[in-house]
Write a protein that binds this ligand. Sequence first.
Ligand code: 5GP
Length: 232
Amino acid sequence: MVFSMSFRKSTISAFNMVQKGFRPLVLCGPSGTGKSTLIKKLFDELPDSFGFSISHTTRKPRAGEQNGKEYYFTDKEEMQSQIDRGQFLESATYSGNMYGTSKRAVEDVQRAGKVCVLDIDVQGVKQIKKTITLDPLYVFVKPPSISELEKRLRERNTETEESLQLRLKAAQEEIEYGEQPGNFHLVIENDNVEKAYKKLRDFVVSEIERQKGLGASTKCRFIQFIYAEQLI
Ligand code: 5GP
């Protein structure tokens, strides 16, 4: 029996889902667009379904941030040596600081049977797209405009003038990439947090339902596949 490549691909990806759980969710978008607020709302509403991939960063903690909650705060030497030892899925330099997702951060969430949520920048998205390890859903959150983003960043009062300018520069490039058709499964303009959250929630919940259905039906197809390929 001959199976098409797409059958093989979908069967293998369904098998991964059965093995590793649901597809992770990547939230990307310029600093200050409100990703953290959207993620917090998702966790508040569905705490048993989602878990946060806690990134490492070399930037200093902001007031109220705790090590091991928002980030693992580290230094450049330590982080670079962990990257060199292959412990990271992706890493990037953003506004002069290093950020990265360790393999462990994602595994911790997946082991708990939850959908892993990653808050990463465009450089991280591009690296993850080159691998088959995660196969996540990609959501881009964009501000209504750069001037609105600048206003929000200034109101947040967490940046120096220099780091604010770096973030605005990065934002322009990120929006360009985010708006290119095909780069993300969903693009949300965050002009109103309740509306933006509803879009995110509806997308994620329907995707989980779809994957549940796919998982059940493709367990059978996977068994057909391994017999046909005489893998057992
Ligand atoms: P912030 O300093 O405002 O917390 O984050 C700055 C930017 O770094 C945000 O756009 C955020 O999405 C991104 N970021 C946070 N963690 C990671 C990570 O692990 N990898 C990458 N590539 N970007 C990250």
